[in-house]
Design a protein. Structure first.
Length: 305
């Protein structure tokens, strides 16, 4: 995708800066070359038309992120998608008492919608345009992208998008893929509901227009999932999982977890510099270099390198 870190800044480099901010972490810049060895079959690299979907880094496939069949005792009828933005899970209810569960990343927009909707539109490799609110809140970064970006693996919406409607009107709420698999299972600063590209592709192929979606409220999430605790790593665990919480705290104190606040601050500074460089037409150090170094640090801490 990017063959040299030393060449002039291009829109893609700025886009990666934006995605780094939206993910509150580092995109997996090594994802296009990651081997499928040791990756579950459903998350291996796959051909998708003329594109190749990279394999998902095994480090991102924890128990809550990887799709799996689970018992389901919610009130929704078979065929319904149930989104829990507070537990960061999505259920596809396939039959009474049974559902396929997916891990998701949730942006601020995703936490702002509640209740029922219907999928009236779905797109392969959808285009993306920052909202007016995003541009207003951070014009330095989103302003240069105000004209939008074409679909592709370098697009924040990823390989597929499902568009939710209520009362015949677009809610502006999306369930979509991602160019940043490291964000799945975490809260992000922007975006709706994102899944691994492999998950959204399979979901897209199986669902029909008119599929019902239920987005849980915080109270419904507490009732169905129980209270959750966010670890220093950014992932969620049940508040009753004291062993995981203690292990996370020990790893944090030992310096084995990258500080998300520091990563986000670095991302914002680099993105602002990239936008300024693009506006002035000068060469700049592409943001991917920063992301590459952060990703390498994460992989080292996880024992992957």
């Amino acid at each position: 995708m990017i063959r040299s870190f030393a060449r002039s800044l291009r829109p893609l480099a700025l886009l990666m800066a934006v995605v780094g901010l939206a993910a509150c972490g580092a995109p997996n810049t090594s994802g296009t070359t990651l081997s499928s060895a040791g990756v579950p079959p459903e998350y291996r690299a796959r051909q998708d038309g003329e594109r190749v979907i990279p394999a998902v880094n095994p480090a991102y496939l924890n128990e809550r992120n990887r799709r799996r069949w689970v018992a389901y005792n919610g009130p929704e009828e078979p065929g319904t998608f149930v989104v829990d933005p507070f537990a960061r899970l999505l259920y596809h209810v396939v039959e009474p008492g049974k559902a396929m569960r997916f891990g998701i990343a949730v942006g601020k927009e995703g936490r702002g919608f509640r209740g029922d909707a219907v999928i009236r539109r779905k797109e392969e490799y959808p285009s993306w345009t920052p909202t007016k609110n995003m541009i207003r809140q951070d014009p330095e970064i989103y302003g240069p992208l105000a004209g939008g970006l074409p679909g592709g693996l370098d697009n924040p919406l990823g390989a597929r998008a499902l568009y939710l409607y209520r009362g015949g009107r677009d809610t502006m709420y999306r369930i979509h893929g991602t160019m940043d698999p490291s964000s799945i299972g975490k809260a992000t600063s922007a975006g709706c509901i994102r899944l691994f590209n492999q998950d959204i592709i399979d979901m897209y192929d199986e669902m029909e227009l008119g599929t019902k979606v239920r987005v849980r409220s915080y109270e419904e999430s507490l009732e169905m999932e129980g209270p959750m605790v966010e670890l220093h790593s950014g992932y969620l665990v049940s508040a009753s999982d004291t062993a995981a919480i203690a292990a996370d705290q020990a790893a944090w104190e030992a310096g084995l977890i990258v500080d998300p606040a520091l990563t986000e601050a670095q991302a914002h500074a680099a993105a602002a510099a990239a936008a300024e460089a693009q506006a002035s037409g000068v060469e700049a150090e592409p943001y991917l270099l920063t992301l590459s170094s952060i990703d390498a640090r994460e992989r080292q801490l996880q024992g992957l390198d």
